[in-house]
Design a protein around this ligand. Sequence first.
Ligand SMILES: [Zn+2]
Length: 249
Amino acid sequence: MSEPAKETAPLEPMPEDWTRALAVVAHPDDLEYGCAAAVAAWTDAGREVTYVLATRGEAGIDTLEPAKCGPLREQEQRASAAVVGVDTVEFLDHRDGVIEYGTALRRDIAAAIRRHRPELVVTLNHRDTWGGVYWNTPDHVAVGRATLDAAGDAGNRWIFPELTEQGLEPWNGVKWVAVAGSVRPTHAVDATPGLERSVRSLLEHRTYIEVLTDEDPETYCRTFLTGNAQAAADRFGGRPAVPFELFSR
Ligand SMILES: [Zn+2]
């Protein structure tokens, strides 16, 4: 069986006619591994970015029980967001590791979209694999898919009428959903201005990283993020980049 052809088409620059983005992911650290350098560039340009996490990542550290792990990772996530200019971080309190794709998740994400009224929604890889090599986790798949779906749900007053009753009016203003970490990127953001802050942002997840690797945490974060950004450069005019698969609405 032959390998799929390597995609070489140039990545387009991301659209710039927007002011508010909402990033929705499953766990603390998903955005820091995925796209924090892009977030730094956006907040530098005066755009407002808000983070919504489906869980507190409480099942992420083998040696730390969930009741202790959740609050710690929440704290690390807030510090991590602040490094790239994000002040608002919300948690939907789904259960880490067993997030279910379904109407409850879609409703919670649609509610967040109605609260924050973004033009751009960002999420993490909803497809089966990372780069066709590593199997993705069910949490990422569930939250990614539910976020793509909720971008539409948020605009329809009849899908979750209880949200309107709670005072959350429909928001039909989402123009794009950008998926970070996708195997099929179409667009990109120049990673250079935000790269150093993305390293510091990932480093804020220190408890998690110290368990994950024996390497020096800073070296680990810098090597990982620089390598990823460099890997996208050959499709972005030689510039290190944060790639996204962009869906228009
Ligand atoms: Zn994750």
